[in-house]
Design a protein around this ligand. Sequence first.
Ligand SMILES: NC(=O)c1ccc[n+]([C@@H]2O[C@H](COP(=O)([O-])OP(=O)(O)OC[C@H]3O[C@@H](n4cnc5c(N)ncnc54)[C@H](O)[C@@H]3O)[C@@H](O)[C@H]2O)c1
Ligand SMILES: O=P(O)(O)OC[C@H](O)CO
Length: 333
Amino acid sequence: MTRAAVLGAGAWGTTFAAVLADAGTEVALWGRDEDVAAQINAERRNERFLPGMDLPEGIHATADAREALSGVDVVAVALPAQKVRGIIGPLADAVPDGAVVASLMKGIEVGTHARMSDVLRDVWELSAERTLVVSGPNLAREIAVKQPTATVVAGTDSSAAEMLAAATASSYFRPYTNPDVVGVELCGAFKNVIAVGVGVTDGLGFGHNTTATVITRGLAEITRLGVALGAHPDTFSGLAGMGDLIATCASPLSRNHTLGAHIGRGLSLEEAIERTGGTAEGVQTSLSIQELAREHDVDVPICDAVVAMLHRGEPIKELLTQLLSRPRKAELT
Ligand SMILES: NC(=O)c1ccc[n+]([C@@H]2O[C@H](COP(=O)([O-])OP(=O)(O)OC[C@H]3O[C@@H](n4cnc5c(N)ncnc54)[C@H](O)[C@@H]3O)[C@@H](O)[C@H]2O)c1
Ligand SMILES: O=P(O)(O)OC[C@H](O)CO
């Protein structure tokens, strides 16, 4: 039987632990809060991060990360993207030599512009073959009640990706493998920025035409940057690309979408973060994406508008006018 450790007992880490347990994988879930771990073990609930959701029996929660990591075949990391480097650094010697390590995170590190799998590789000195990414249309609260969904397990070593896919597959969770780590990971991070943008237009009271426009042109931005970074063009129309964009931009469960809607209704960034709760990665990742795009000479006007709104407090209506009055261009380039 495969043994897994999940680091991070927030909404997604807890849900992913349930996915592993339901697939027959033995799973230890690490969270820093002892009360959260105690409640998961005693009541099969994580009321702080996943209120109202029942968890399966097979999860052993602990506040001791070294205990969670001991003897596992798979390590899955679900921590806030901007904090993960500092949190996992001290655990480097506790990661078993042969274990594959998967990033479940959807962000790009500010300053370094590193994708999360690169942060894991850097901090834990992992080979590319041992490092995986899981990303797709995966809203935690839907999966926690076993609503059917699919995801992508990306890895350069197909046998490692297949191992994690087998360790997560169940009657409600269908993993596909993909060798395009760069593309899958960029999709997961960049879609959060686009979801903030769609949330803003919702908050302004605009309808489905606007939503569809931002999603579609957002996908064009993600694809342009991804291809410039060496990703496979087909990844962007797949589950991690279009699939996750639809889920995140359409659902009120998305923290990024919700945060954008608060901004569109006139809240400040601080108020929006407070009201949203949980980790809305698009806020900081918008800065990294904008800088990455500049480095690679890629045009990302929606991302630019999100950065201007969130981080420079520029008026939304003026930014919209600027977006719509840019020089016209052909859709196909
Ligand atoms: N929630 C989802 O539906 C979902 C789905 C797919 C991917 N993701 C991604 O997973 C990642 C985690 O998201 P989440 O939804 O679980 O976030 P969350 O806000 O629900 O949980 C964050 C977790 O990180 C822990 N944490 C924060 N700071 C810490 C520190 N200094 N030391 C130790 N632990 C710390 C918190 O205690 C909590 O357990 C993000 O990158 C997100 O984009 C989320
Ligand atoms: O709640 P969000 O906005 O972090 O989105 C959650 C997942 O990434 C959706 O796939």
